[in-house]
Write a protein that binds this ligand. Sequence first.
Ligand SMILES: [Zn+2]
Length: 216
Amino acid sequence: MFIDIHTHNINTKKDIIAIYNMQLNNSQTELYEKNKLSVGIHPWDIENIDIENELSKVEYYSLKKNIIAIGEIGIDRHKKISIETQKRIFIKQLEIAEKQNKPVIIHAVKSYSDIIEIKKKRKSNTTWIIHDYKGNQNISENLLAKNCIMSFGKSLIKSPKIQNIFKELPINSLFLETDNSGLSIYEIYKQAAYIKNISVELLKKRIFQTYLLTFA
Ligand SMILES: [Zn+2]
């Protein structure tokens, strides 16, 4: 089984388990009954919305069986949106995830130190999946010490720097994703296996084990 840990496209393939990122304002019943989903308030979307109302929606969906993760949530320092507000909403959603004991899918741009600082303060051992990971070795060590899982997609094909980071990470702390790249998860597995110098079959097996452990 291929695992696509974060995608904005509905999966129709039988050999893929995908976590579709559901929009809070596009939450048809059919969608969340038929697919595995994540739901959350993206840091880009926190301006001009009724935060309390949106948070209560996240809370409502977090109870659903097929909402298997909360996300993407996080902190983006590239955007001109108050960091304090971003942190507050991020932490509120962490609390929701912790209450349901569901993993979170994290969007972090120029904010790995914020993320690590917050992770260190949390008492819960909810799994954090850092999507589209682009950190360095020091950041990786901090995240690994907190049992975070790093997820990779398009950059594995395009960026030699990311390829090196990926190569160094332990295989049981990795996921792969298509996000909104337009690539197939098959292509990403093929590239990931090539970088790790193992077969696609073995990579599939190992990532599937991580998936079972994370979403048990
Ligand atoms: Zn995404």
